[in-house]
Design a protein around this ligand. Structure first.
Ligand SMILES: C[S@@+](CC[C@H](N)C(=O)[O-])C[C@H]1O[C@@H](n2cnc3c(N)ncnc32)[C@H](O)[C@@H]1O
Length: 223
């Protein structure tokens, strides 16, 4: 938990973000139905990168559907088949993101795109494809999402002020993108080590009044 902030504090507007250490299967049932705008999930894909990545989990999905108006699942190409089998006819659309400078291994060779499967009500209108690049500033986690990807996805599927829930939040990339874009955030992560990394990254990303700006921006402010 972040310095005494609870999930209820974020839902009821007393805090903007929290990362809870715990099992999302235990914590999701305590979140009131319909209290979240978008559940943005980057679940384990069952590709064996770590002990937690042995299988593709599905038990979280009905719980996420109950708490959030929309559920957006980042699948990569490896997790696409299992995700489609889980959401079945709930699927509304898929948002494609092309990786402009790196490849991952996919089912039929090297893959240069990420899929995000959209489920739920009232999808925000806009393009359903964008490009991103992977930059060097990756946290100490086996499968962090690139920050440019998450920045663009958060802005694509949420509105300013929305409450976003990531029940498999890892090193907190979703939370970083949310606080930068003025979205509220609840993260759940089972590993205390990754949860600490997430809290640190989010704390450092929260915009402050005194954040350093470029000379061009300063000139504009003080003109
Ligand atoms: C694919 S990673 C998420 C990576 C994240 N998007 C990032 O950018 O760092 C999935 C995460 O889910 C966590 N996890 C696995 N099972 C969990 C559970 N039952 N409850 C909460 N977190 C879990 C793992 O520890 C891992 O950090």
């Amino acid at each position: 938990m972040r310095e005494g902030v609870t999930i209820a504090d974020v839902i009821e507007g007393r805090a903007d973000w929290v990362v809870c250490t715990g099992d999302c299967l235990d914590l999701l049932p305590s979140i009131p139905s319909g209290s979240v705008d978008v559940c943005l999930v980057d679940p384990p894909y069952g590709c064996g990168k770590a002990a937690w990545d042995a299988t593709y989990p599905t038990e979280w999905y009905p719980m996420a559907r109950a708490v959030a108006a929309a559920v957006v699942i980042i699948t990569g190409s490896i997790g696409l088949r299992d995700t489609m089998a889980m959401v079945r006819s709930d699927v509304v659309d898929v948002i494609a993101a092309r990786n402009m400078n790196a490849l991952t291994r996919g089912p039929i060779g090297f893959s240069n795109w990420l899929a995000a499967v959209y489920v739920g009500a009232k999808p925000r209108q806009g393009p359903n494809a964008f490009d991103f690049v992977v930059t060097g500033d990756m946290p100490d986690h086996p499968s962090p999402k690139p920050i440019m990807y998450m920045d663009k996805l958060v802005r694509r599927v949420t509105e300013e002020g929305d409450l976003v829930l990531d029940p498999y939040c890892g090193s907190g990339t979703t939370g970083v993108a949310c606080v930068k874009a003025g979205r509220r955030f609840i993260g759940i992560e089972i590993s205390p080590e990754y949860a600490d990394i997430a809290r640190r990254r989010i704390r450092e990303a929260v915009p402050t009044l005194f954040q350093p700006t470029t000379k061009a921006v300063q000139a504009e402010i003080f003109a």
